[in-house]
Design a protein around this ligand. Structure first.
Ligand code: SAJ
Length: 428
């Protein structure tokens, strides 16, 4: 441990007296707030939605994530976590707000700007500002500029200067929805400081609840590292999805093929599916493309392949249905991946919406993680939410869109008389 580490650990040795304000109480901010509260920090969760603030203050949560309810309930009842609409002073501020893209696939950092502008008037000497949101390269420096406009009285950090009044760093979130609490603690963290000192201060805070290693770097590298992680995955899923189309044409089972190719010691092909969903992998590669459009043909092509995959699945279902009179289609799964309720950017949902719009048969939708159809499907003619058993009994075509655990357990004999379209390779 360096002398500085010693100093920082001393600074944080009485976490019960330290306040951290977390801006944005969503899939990332809420678990971080819970983790800090469970380590004894006094945590103020700031959100713009009254409903979210109210739910959290009753010790409940507004999202589905295993065990998060228990962590939040314990933190709220111990008086360590409190949600509010109104920003309050703290020792450290963590920004965990959405960074979507605009219609033209350009990054929209307006929520980060709004959070920064709310934090700036509250800043005192010694404070730490951390950006967790996945952000385009340069956003952390932009935060410094926004603070500078509002607080000319503060000495702001610079790469080569260590006499700053406050510290600013980017610590990108890396947690996998569905395993957030485990990954929050176990994953390594990349900590990108505006200056080395900033990174050290941020690392000291994360060390309070992270068991993974801290990798200190500058803010720009940390920003790009996060984007690259998700773009890497997108490109590799695109390769698998492209293979699935090749295999359809050549009458080869893509799952057998990938299983065999992956026996090579240096080959590890991911799984094809109905497309790439969620709010990260389908979004973040665009931040790299927007920053360097001429230099990113591979990343752009991967986006195109993955975005086109739902329509290829639709074509397959349409062709199968076209051979039947009044086909009944069991559509298994709506979420963007297995065993969660998140429908954002879901390829499964896109496929079912298109089948409904083009009136391709009667659709019995099975989604064990939701209680009602999403608005886009509510009231659509010939579409309803059904129980798995009923849908399997009635269907001519069984379309597997999400590999939920309930679907993996389906008795294969029930499927024998049906036409099956398995986009996830569960029943191979
Ligand atoms: N998918 C496939 N084939 C695969 C793997 C995934 O089709 O072999 C599909 C999934 O079904 C889903 C999509 O890709 O539709 C994305 O799912 P995912 O489980 O790969 O990732 P996310 O979006 O839930 O979470 C990712 C993670 N990033 C990486 O694994 C590099 C997570 O660690 C990040 O924190 C998260 O993005 C984020 O918030 O950025």
């Amino acid at each position: 441990m360096s002398e500085l580490d010693d100093r920082l650990n001393t600074a944080f040795e009485k976490p019960a007296t330290k306040r951290v304000a977390v801006f944005g109480l969503g899939y990332v901010g809420l678990p971080v707030a819970g983790a800090l509260a469970s380590r004894g920090f006094e945590v103020i969760g700031v959100d713009v939605a009254q409903r979210i603030v109210d739910v959290i203050n009753t010790g409940k949560i507004h999202i589905v994530e295993p065990d998060l309810d228990m962590v939040v309930q314990a933190a709220v009842s111990a008086g360590k976590l409190r949600a509010t609409l109104k920003p309050e002073a703290a020792d450290a501020f963590i920004i965990a707000v959405p960074t979507p893209f605009t219609d033209g696939h350009k990054p929209d950092v307006s929520y980060v700007k709004a959070a920064t502008k709310a934090i700036a008037p509250l800043l005192r000497k010694g404070n730490l500002v951390i950006l967790e949101s996945t952000s385009p390269v340069g956003t952390t420096e932009q935060i410094r500029a926004w603070i500078g406009e509002m607080r000319p009285d503060l000495i702001l950090p610079q790469a080569e200067r260590e006499d700053a009044d406050i510290h600013i760093a980017h610590c990108p979130e890396r947690v996998l929805p569905g395993s957030v609490l485990r990954e929050l603690v176990d994953n390594d963290r990349i900590i990108g400081g505006i200056s080395p000192n900033c990174a050290e201060y941020a690392a000291a805070l994360y060390r309070s609840f992270v068991r993974g290693e801290m990798h200190l770097t500058n803010a720009r590298t940390a920003e790009l590292a996060k984007l690259v992680e998700n773009a890497y995955r997108d490109v590799n899923i695109a390769f698998a999805n492209e293979l699935s189309l090749v295999c359809d044409q050549l009458d080869v089972n893509v799952w057998d093929l990938i299983g065999l190719a992956n026996r090579h010691p240096r080959v590890n092909i991911l799984s094809p599916g109905p497309g790439v969903g969620g709010h990260c992998i389908a979004v973040d590669p665009w931040f790299i493309i927007a920053a360097a459009p001429e230099a990113t043909p591979v990343i752009r092509a991967a986006r195109a392949v993955n975005d086109a995959k739902p329509d290829r699945v639709f074509d397959k279902v349409k062709a199968a249905a076209g051979r039947l009179r009044s086909p009944v289609i069991a559509c298994l799964g709506l979420s963007y991946k297995a065993d969660i309720d998140d429908l954002r950017e879901s390829p499964a949902l896109h496929i079912v919406e298109k089948l409904a719009k083009e009136k391709i048969g009667e659709l019995l939708v099975v989604e064990p993680n939701v209680r009602q159809l999403p608005p886009s499907l509510q009231g659509a003619a010939g579409v309803r939410l059904a129980e798995l058993r009923e849908a399997l009994a009635a269907a001519d075509i069984v379309l597997l869109l999400v590999d939920h655990r309930q679907f993996k357990r389906i008795d294969r004999d029930l499927l024998k008389p049906k036409i099956t379209i398995d986009t996830r390779g569960v029943w191979r």
